[in-house]
Write a protein that binds this ligand. Sequence first.
Ligand code: GLP
Length: 271
Amino acid sequence: MTVDHVSSREWAQRLSSTKIPTLMFPTPADAGVHVAHVVADLIRENNAASVPTVLGLTTGATPVGMYHELVRLHREEGLDFSKVMAFLPDEYFPMSPDCPQSNHPWMRSHFFDHVNIPEEQIQMPRGDTPLNEVQSYCEEFIAAVDRAGGIQLQILGIGRNGHISFNEPGSSWHSQMRVAKLAPETRADTAGVFGGEENVPRQALTFGISNILAARQVIIMALGHRKAEILSRVLTGEVTEAVPASILQRHRNTIFVIDPAAAGSLVDQDA
Ligand code: GLP
């Protein structure tokens, strides 16, 4: 295990026993700040070259600290998001964007409402798309990503069962954006937000695994002890469709950003 000074304000331990590069920060807050600074550096570099920054974003408890820091960088340090194009890879289905449980209000209240990304540069899947139009809707959504030049940096979280976006265990590596069935453990994990598991939608719109793999860079965050068991399978196990995030072992520019609770026994293997 080595200790890296990632910047003057942050430090991380780079775990050496993992099949995907993994940086462990002392606290969830440090992890969030680090990822925000990677995003900010990319935006600044692209702004200086007058080119857009195409981001794939994510919801969930995990990225909250990252969004908080990005908003602070905008407010206090003038980070300019005007050339950012933001794509969200998933949404419950069916789901009205006006519903409090939709990913749309979540993204707006945690991020979009507080930075200067022009509205026309924000794209989030609409869970109220009629079922018979979903396939063409998904094709058009991915075509919009392609027209933007593809995702430069995709931020991800991970489900307890290894899902990425809403690609549950068993999802094909070749899967494209689609309506996918949610796993029972995913529905159980979101029951609180919906006031009971019976209210959680059974499906979601989601980027496919192949759409995620098309991103030039992926940063996947995992925080807290509830992620430790799956992380050890993703980071030290075989690539298998039973553990969707394990495919990131084959992505050439992916990094895990975790905290000690999520690292669990990986730290002992590293010592
Ligand atoms: C949801 C989302 C994922 C997210 C995962 C983990 O199912 N579709 O994108 O990464 O849950 O969420 P959390 O960060 O709250 O643990």
